[in-house]
Design a protein around this ligand. Structure first.
Ligand SMILES: [Cu+2]
Length: 196
């Protein structure tokens, strides 16, 4: 147990040096909570990508947000708007064109836990309640995935291979934050997973 806690302490301090994550959200007519909701850490960036051909905005709801952001009108598939959140608190946001487009970005102080090497794997959806998918890039030939709870206890362990997608069921796991660690030949990547 002691060595596991020590490992976790090392992970936390290593991560503090890389404390920024970029999140991606689709943005199209009818897109709203919970698909449009995220809980992120201060300093994290959200990129919205227009996934239909209609004009939309991303803008904070001035009555229910702690910091301003506003894309202006953008029209067309693939348009993007990016915002880096710097204030702790809750931000409701809307599309200024469509009343059925809205969401909430919750910004937390965070634990300084983030991606070391974002290129190794993608993990989604996150937050999740039923399962999450891990898609490994072709730079990863083989390795091991281990998921730790915040007490440093491994709750999942499996060998992985390149170009493979893994579905991991989590509905039996306690709600909260986990660390997903992928160790491959050369490096270790850790991402934060939230079960809600
Ligand atoms: Cu819209």
């Amino acid at each position: 147990m002691k060595s596991k806690l020590l490992l976790l302490a090392c992970i936390f301090s290593a991560m503090a040096l890389h404390a920024q994550t970029t999140y991606h959200l689709n943005w199209e007519t009818g897109f709203n909570s919970p698909e449009s909701d995220l809980t992120i850490d201060v300093g994290d960036t959200v990129i919205w990508t227009w996934t239909d051909d209609l004009p939309h905005t991303v803008e904070n709801d001035p009555d229910n947000s702690v910091e301003p952001f506003e894309s202006g009108f953008l029209t067309g598939l693939g348009q993007t708007f990016m915002h880096t959140f710097t204030v702790i608190g809750v931000n409701d946001y809307i599309c200024g064109v469509h009343s059925n487009m809205y969401g909430t970005i919750t910004v937390e102080e965070g634990l300084g836990v983030n991606t070391i090497n974002a290129s190794t794997f993608n993990m989604y959806p996150n937050p999740t309640s039923s399962y999450f998918k891990m898609a490994f890039t072709n730079t990863l030939t083989q390795g091991t995935i281990t998921v730790y709870n915040l007490l440093g206890k491994p709750v999942f362990n499996q060998d992985i291979h390149a170009n493979k997608t893994l579905d991991i069921p989590v509905s039996a796991w306690a709600k909260g934050m986990y660390l997903v660690k992928v160790s491959s030949n050369a490096d270790t990547t850790i991402k934060r997973l939230v079960i809600q």
